[in-house]
Design a protein around this ligand. Structure first.
Ligand code: FES
Length: 92
C-alpha cells in the first residue's frame, strides 16, 4: 500500500472516530467533545463546555465515556512528562 493510501485511510479513520457520538441523548459527537476534554479536568466542566450530560439520561451514558477520555488524556500527559523527564535527564 502506498503512503498516500495509508494517509487517506488514516484520515478516514480519524473522521469516523470524530463523528462517533459520545452523548447519545444530545447527538454530540467526539469532535465536539475533544476540545472540552483538552481544556477541562473533570466531567462537570466538560459537560458545561460541550453540552453533554444534559439529555434525558442526565449523563448516565455519556458520563462514563467522558471519564474514560479524561483518564486517557491524563495517561498521555503523564507519559509525555516521563518522556520529557527522561530526555532532560539525558541532557545533563
Ligand atoms: S448520553 Fe449524554 S445525556 Fe444522555
Amino acid at each position: 500500500m502506498s503512503d498516500d493510501q495509508t494517509t487517506a485511510d488514516e484520515k478516514i479513520k480519524r473522521i469516523k472516530r470524530l463523528a462517533m457520538v459520545v452523548c447519545i441523548c444530545k447527538g454530540i459527537p467526539l469532535g465536539k467533545v475533544l476540545p472540552a476534554i483538552k481544556a477541562c479536568d473533570n466531567v462537570a466542566d466538560v459537560n458545561r463546555m460541550a453540552g453533554t450530560g444534559t439529555g434525558g439520561c442526565k449523563g448516565q451514558r455519556c458520563g462514563p465515556r467522558i471519564k474514560m477520555l479524561l483518564r486517557k488524556k491524563h495517561e498521555l500527559q503523564s507519559d509525555d512528562s516521563k518522556t520529557t523527564e527522561t530526555a532532560s535527564d539525558s541532557d545533563e
